[in-house]
Design a protein around this ligand. Structure first.
Ligand code: ADP
Ligand code: MG
Length: 464
């Protein structure tokens, strides 16, 4: 099981994150629903606890559903206090005794430690992620144009730093890699780092007392790319990041960063670093519109066909997938992989029907159906034998009040409408009336099983 869990971790978290944080993760024991894992340092322990413990748990559970918790311990730290200490009660996930925070124990070299500590050659660039394979559309045209200029070294101070932000799967990492490739092809020095890798490199160089070299090396480059800067944490590390930014930008070297939110929303980031990041060009990459989704799918299918020449997807299926899978580029890629798996397993061509079942979970999970207030009112009315106009009316008889409150409650839970908006749609009621109804039903749900089943049923009927 453990070998499979590790393989999953590597696959799901990516090679870079895996080698930075998980390569030295080992299993100690599984007991009473708790998988006890160990790492060599306290730093790794707190890092994984702060950032990855939920992911690790869900990945672990995919292999062994009996595991309900993850306990992380430090091996061989503290005087004769191995993580396997039998003195620890089985129901405690975490190590019983915190190890002293010793500089030497802060960090050990990563598993791929043929590198020097503080080596920042960073993550390798993914050869698939180039400008050639990036599809442009309305939502990313500006980001693409800026990226291309920078890659050709035509940016100038106005574009420095370039700050790209967007939700997950909208192409930030793709653009960053594309810039990196092109800069390197032109014979200039580019370093691509994830936030994880940046922090790891910095802490590693501290430990090896090469922090100086770390800075020097970063400062000698032409382009620094830092992906997912929202993850850069810790005061010292943030300060160092800020110093590095300042040094590079002041020396006229290009910096490009990506994040999942605009600079102003990087709440945990040092104020000065934040404003430095916002001081260049800030570009948002928008959601993928349908046309862009079709293009991305088509490009992706063509790439797959290079390896699987018999894989065919009709335009009808492409447009069906593009209409159904709307969230992001990662899901589009996932959809193509599903179609391919189906096609290779069954040997049959991909039809609309097979496509539908192949991508069903991507559609379900990512796009809950939008429920309309009007539909709620109609359904609730017919369910309780009143008319929709009764629900919207001023009538206050019990036969109408309850259904009205249920409909308001469902409107609050199932639509994204505000209370005032819901009030307006219920015959021009005040938002406090809606709030009162919502509270009333919430309370009743906790006390009345029949009602709670009834409401659950209504929810399902509305969402399917
Ligand atoms: P982010 O870093 O914003 O979360 P990625 O760059 O990792 O997103 O994109 C997720 C996937 O979608 C990648 O496989 C990427 O190649 C693909 N993708 C996203 N946008 C585009 C695009 N405009 N053209 C081609 N592929 C795209
Ligand atoms: Mg990314």
């Amino acid at each position: 099981t453990w070998a499979r869990v590790k393989r999953r971790l590597r696959a799901e978290l990516g090679e870079d994150v895996y080698t930075s944080w998980f390569a030295r993760l080992e299993i100690d024991a599984v007991a009473d629903g708790c998988a006890r894992l160990t790492v060599p340092t306290r730093f790794l322990k707190s890092w994984i606890e702060a950032h990855y413990v939920d992911r690790v748990l869900s990945i672990y559970r995919a292999e062994d559903a009996s595991v309900e918790r993850i306990g992380l311990g430090v091996r061989g730290a503290g005087p004769r206090e191995p993580a396997t200490s039998p003195a620890r009660k089985a129901d405690e996930g975490a190590p019983a005794r915190p190890e002293p925070m010793a500089a030497a124990a802060l960090l050990q070299r990563p598993a791929d430690a043929d590198r020097e500590p503080g080596d920042l050659s960073g993550a390798p660039l993914d050869t698939r992620l180039t400008f050639r394979t990036f599809v442009s559309g309305r939502s990313n045209a500006l980001a693409l144009a800026a990226a291309e200029r920078i890659a050709r070294n035509e940016g100038g101070a106005l574009y420095n730093p370039l700050y790209l932000h967007a939700g997950v799967g909208l192409g930030k990492t793709h653009l960053l890699h594309a810039i990196g490739h092109e800069v390197r092809e032109a014979g200039r020095r580019a370093i691509y780092l994830t936030a994880d890798r940046f922090m790891y490199g910095f802490v590693a160089s501290l430990k090896a007392q090469t922090a100086h070299t770390f800075k020097e090396r970063l400062r000698g480059i032409d382009l620094l790319v830092v992906d997912d800067v929202q993850f850069i944490q810790g005061r010292t590390i943030q300060q160092e990041f800020g110093h590095t930014l300042n040094a590079l930008i002041d020396a006229g070297r290009q910096v490009v960063v990506a994040a999942d939110r605009p600079p102003a929303e990087l709440e945990s980031l040092d104020e000065r670093v934040r404003s430095r990041l916002a001081g260049g060009l800030v570009v948002e990459v928008g959601a993928l519109d349908e046309q862009l989704r079709v293009s991305i799918l088509t490009t992706r299918i063509q790439a797959v066909q290079a390896a699987h020449p018999t894989f065919e997807v009709s335009p009808a299926v492409v447009s069906y997938v593009a209409r159904s899978v709307t969230a992001n580029g990662r899901d589009l890629e996932g959809a193509v992989n599903r179609l391919l798996a189906h096609a290779t397993l069954t040997g049959a061509p991909v039809t609309l029907e097979t496509a539908e079942s192949a991508i069903r979970d991507l559609v379900r999970n990512r796009e809950p159906k939008r429920v309309k207030i009007e539909d709620i009112q109609k359904l609730v009315a017919s369910r309780y034998n009143v008319s929709r106009s009764d629900i919207l009316s001023e009538r206050r008889t019990a036969a109408v009040v309850r259904p009205r409150q249920i409909a308001m409650y469902l409107s609050k839970v199932l639509t994204l409408r505000s209370l005032p908006e819901i009030g307006r749609r219920f015959g021009g009621r005040d938002h406090t009336t809606v709030l009162h109804a919502v509270r009333k039903i919430e309370k009743a749900l906790g006390e009345d099983n029949a009602l709670s089943e009834e409401v659950e049923l209504l929810k399902r009927m509305l969402q399917d």
